[in-house]
Design a protein around this ligand. Structure first.
Ligand code: NAD
Ligand code: UDP
Ligand code: UDP
Length: 328
């Protein structure tokens, strides 16, 4: 979609060195904006933004969003938060602090500067859903005290904070509920299913399917998702969301494993491992709201989006093999 801006905006992206954040940085820079990327590099990496080091409209600040931040900006995208189960369960207390204190600080910043503010919420607010597919008015089925609760409940609390700052202080908020997204720059060791299966397949190692693999997920390619972010941010004041962003194509985890093996020509075999606690049985977004309000729907099917993702991991593994061969 062609976009013409009459004015350059100063955009703050928290979590900007992460998977989604770095793609968003690229898109917004290409549109002519000034980007302030804030990240504590917990799961993000400088490699994701290395190509922007000399860019005149790009600035990086290493900062933890659980601490206050005083900068002057027009728009805020709040993405800072570890997103994969092994990363968010590594230090669950810090995960909750990041989501909740991070949201409070960014909302405080938005309140002072009157900046428009976007929240990267998640399909995890629906928990292990008893309604399928999940529409935004479904309140969810979340375990408040389990291993996933630090992520699910803190993201729910962040949503509550966004809506209270909106009602109480008139903040212009945009809340997106993101469903499983994949693409280049995913962390190779974050345990998320797409990156894990691809890395295992490229190494001809066993593909670890948790449980019997009949649980489902819907996978959205990163470029489609970022287009949804921009469209939501561009909506008129008063459009707050929450809006589901994801690809309604639904696959069992076993189907994903088979697809990855086929597309990588791998010799890997599927092995089964225990299903983690509270692992949602099924997940698929109802995107009718995104369709009617944003005119948005995904354009990249799984079989197409896996190609560039596999290429990314091939390059990454090639580089690390070359490094270890030279003792680097
Ligand atoms: P990611 O781990 O690649 O990115 C998160 C970024 O936040 C990293 O760069 C990390 O270093 C940074 N970060 C973490 N804690 C921080 C802190 N205290 N202060 C500053 N920076 C901090 O994950 P991602 O997939 O890019 O996810 C981005 C956002 O989107 C997250 O908020 C996540 O909850 C949300 N989301 C992602 C998905 C998905 O499928 N990728 C799905 C639902 C929601
Ligand atoms: N805050 C921030 N940057 C700003 C303004 C506020 O980080 O530019 C933080 C501040 O530390 C505060 C939080 O945001 O703890 C919430 O701000 P708010 O104004 O809502 O609350 P108050 O300052 O009244 O506690
Ligand atoms: N999964 C799997 N093998 C893995 C990693 C994940 O079978 O090596 C499964 C996991 O149990 C879940 C699905 O894949 O049912 C998606 O997991 P992921 O961690 O990517 O995302 P989330 O559970 O947060 O949707």
């Amino acid at each position: 979609m062609a976009r013409l801006y009459d004015s350059r905006k100063r955009v703050l992206i928290t979590g900007g060195a992460g998977f989604l954040g770095s793609h968003l940085v690229d898109r917004l820079l290409a549109l002519g904006h000034e980007i302030l990327c804030v990240d504590n590099l917990f799961t993000g990496t400088k490699r994701n933004i290395d190509h922007l080091r000399a860019h005149p409209r790009f600035e990086f600040i290493r900062h933890d969003v659980t601490f206050p931040l005083y900068v002057e900006v027009d728009e805020i995208y709040n993405l800072a938060c570890p997103a994969s189960p092994i990363h968010y369960q590594y230090d669950p207390v810090q995960t909750t602090k990041t989501s909740v204190h991070g949201a409070i600080n960014m909302l405080g910043l938005a309140k002072r500067t009157r900046a428009k503010i976007f929240q990267a919420s998640t399909s995890e607010v629906y928990g292990d859903p008893s309604v399928h597919p999940q529409p935004e008015d479904y309140w969810g089925n979340v375990n408040p005290i389990g291993l996933r609760s630090c992520y699910d409940e803190s993201k729910r609390c962040a949503e509550a904070l966004f809506f209270d700052y909106h009602r109480q202080y008139g903040l212009n908020i945009k809340v997106a509920r993101i469903f499983n997204t994949y693409g280049p720059r995913m962390h190779p060791n974050d345990g998320r299913v797409v990156s894990t299966f691809i890395v295992q397949a490229l190494r001809d190692e066993p593909i670890t399917v948790f449980g019997d693999g009949s649980q489902t997920r819907s996978f959205c390619y990163v470029d489609d998702l970022i287009e949804g972010f921009l469209r939501l941010m561009e909506t008129e004041d008063g459009v707050t969301g929450p809006i589901n962003l994801g690809n309604p194509g639904e696959f069992t985890i076993l189907e994903l494993a088979e697809k990855v093996i086929e597309m990588t020509n791998s010799r890997s075999k599927i092995v089964h491992r225990p299903l983690p606690a509270d692992d949602p049985r099924q997940r698929r977004p109802d995107i009718s709201r995104a369709h009617s309000i944003l005119g948005w729907e995904p354009t990249v099917p799984l079989s197409k989006g896996l190609d560039p993702t596999i290429r990314h991991f091939r390059e990454l593994l090639g580089e690390s093999a070359a490094l270890s061969a030279t003792g680097g």
